[in-house]
Design a protein around this ligand. Sequence first.
Ligand code: ADP
Ligand code: ZN
Length: 523
Amino acid sequence: EQYDSASLHGKLKEYFGFSSFKGNQEAVIRNVLEGKDTFVLMPTGGGKSLCYQLPALLMDGVAIVISPLIALMKNQVDAMRTFSAESGIAHFLNSSLNKTAVTQVRSDVLAGKTKLLYFAPESLTKEDNVAFLRKIRISFYAIDEAHCISEWGHDFRPEYRRIRPIINEIGPAPLIALTATATPKVQLDIQKNLGMSDAAVFKSSFNRPNLYYEIRPKHDVDREIIRFIKQNEGKSGIIYCLSRKKVEELTELLVANGIRALAYHAGMDAATRAANQDAFLMERVEVIVATIAFGMGIDKPDVRYVIHYDIPKSLEGYYQETGRAGRDGGEGHCLTFYSYKDIQKLEKFMQGKPVAEQEIGKLLLLETVSYAESSMCRRKTLLHYFGEEYTEENCGNCDNCRHPKPRIDARAALRMALEALRDLGDKFKTDYLINVLVGKNTALIKSYGHNKSKWFGAGAEHDARFWGAVLRQALIMGLVDKNIENYGLISINKRGEDYVAMPYPVTVTLDHDYDEEEKEAEA
Ligand code: ADP
Ligand code: ZN
C-alpha cells in the first residue's frame, strides 16, 4: 500500500495523536514501509519507537520487536495499548509470563489482532517460540538497542549475537535496527552482525547545543560540589559517583550542608530506590546522588546540571549521562571532575576480566582521557568521536571555547607528524608514532627497527603532550583516519597527503595539564 504525505500524517495523528514527525522519522518509516532494511541512529528521546510502531500498525502481519529489558518492553506495550481499542494490538513474550498468559498471547497473534510482538533476545531463541513464529506472517523485525550486539557498545549482550541466526531459522523479513550509540565502530559491528550492510542508514545529529560541557581538575571536589549546588539553588541536578559507598558518603555530606539530596544505587532495596526517584521527580529534593544505575528511562525534562564526581569509563557513558541534563532544551551544565588517578583506578577494575574485554576497555578509556585533557572544543571532540563533523570554530558553550588557551603555530609539526605517519604505514597507534617522534626507545619500536628511522627523535624539541595535541588536531581535521576494524590504528589519508604536499597554517592549543594549572591557580 502507498501512503502519500497527507495520509501518513493522518495515520500518525489517528494512532498517536501527533501532528508532525520528528527528525528523520518520516523518511525512516517510508523506508520500512517499502520493505527495505533500515538502520536508525538517533539520540535518546529522538523518537525511535515510533519508527517501527507506526509501520507495524500499517503493514500486513506482525512486527517482531527485540528489546533487552523486560521493564522497557512492558512500558512500550502498555503505551501502545492506550493508543488502540484492541488490547491485543501489542504483546510481549518473555520469562515473566505464565502458561495461560502465553496461550492468550499466541491466540491473539493467530487471530490477527496483534501488530507488535516484543521479545527479549533470550526468549526469541527458545525452540517453541521459534516454532510458533515460523507459522505466522512477519512484517519485519525491529532490533531495538542494537548496540547490545557490539562489544564496543556500552551494554554488550552475547544473546544479541544470536538474533541473526534465529531470524534465518524463523524466516526472512526486512530488518530495522535502532540505537542511540553511534560510534563508527559500533555501527560497523551492528551492520555486519545483522547482515545488513546495504541498509539505508538514517543518522540524526547527536549535538546537544544547550549543554555546557566543563571539566575541572579533581581537587577539593566536595567543597566545589557544595558551592556549585548552592550557586544553583532550587535547580534539579544529578551527581554520578562510581561507587555505592561514595554515593552514600556524598549524600550524607550534602545533607549535612543543608542540601536536599537523596541517594540512589542498585544496592538499595527497590522500595527505597523508587521512593527516592519519585522524590527527585516530584522535586521534593533537588539533588540525586547516584551510580549509573540511575537514569535508564527516566524522563525529567528540567534537570539543570549533571555532575560527574568520577569520570565515566567511556565517552558513550559520558554522553548518555550528561544527556540527562536539559532535555527540555533549556540550560544544562555538565561538570566533570577529572584526575588521572581515577583512570588508573578504572584500569585496575578491569583486571581479571577477559583479555579482549580489557583491551577494549583500555582503548575506550584512552578516548576519555583524550577528551578530558584536550583543550579543543569539547563538542567538536565528542561529536567527532560519534563520527559527526562539527564545523563551527567555537561552539561558545564549553569550557575550552569560553576560556580558550593561547594557540600556537603547528604547521611544521603537523607536516612532520603526517610525513612520519606516512612512512610508518597503517599498523601503528598514536602513542607509537609519538614515541618515535620524541625518540623514546621502547621495546616495540626497537623490534620494528624504527629507532633507526629518520623520524626517530625528529620531533624531540616538543614533548609527548604536544604531539598528542597535534595528532588529535590531525584526526579532527580529517587528515588522518582511524582504523575501524583494528581500533586504535591510524593512517594518513588523501587529505593528509595533500597537506604534506602543500601545508597551510594550522594552530593548536596544548592539552590541559591539570596538575600544573592547579599550581598556577594557587600561586
Ligand atoms: P527514544 O526511544 O529515541 O529515546 P522515544 O521513542 O521514547 O525515544 O520517544 C521519545 C518521546 O518523544 C516520547 O515521549 C514520544 O511519545 C515522543 N514522540 C515521538 N515521536 C513524536 C512525534 N512525532 N511528535 C511528538 N512527540 C513524539
Ligand atoms: Zn566548544
